[in-house]
Design a protein around this ligand. Sequence first.
Ligand SMILES: [Zn+2]
Length: 168
Amino acid sequence: MNERIYVLDSTAFYAGIPLKGEGRYYSTYQVLGEVKHYSLTSQFIHSRVQVLEPSKESLQKVKTVAAKTGDSKSISEADISIIALTLDLSASRKEENIVLVTDDFAIRNVAEVLGVNLSETTIRGEWKNITWITYCKGCGKEYPNPKATVCDVCGTKLSRKPGTTKAA
Ligand SMILES: [Zn+2]
């Protein structure tokens, strides 16, 4: 039987994914570093999420693709690490179903080019009519100005996530 393995970025942690269901969850030290201010990063999370270090080869592969797609500026070391870990797991566990769970636009963009299976944390399928929210992964502050690039509270590079879809 093909078991599904979920690789979680910080948006997946903020969506509470490890609290739901009985999936097998993986993440990286860098991602857990980004969500460290969040109460979910507890012993409970560590008991459910296996934390691994991606290979140097995969990290380099992700950086190369991010440079080509123009996502280098909006992608963090943690973002790179989680895509690289998904590549490593996909290569070493061919019989299993590896899915990268993220709402981060830049991560999705780079992962798609690398042929990684993707899942959103909250939005299903339809990516039209989405309002993007610029926010800080470090402290959670949201920025109405989409041109903001760095958090004025904690200095973290800002990310984007989908907001609520426009009412039909
Ligand atoms: Zn911040």
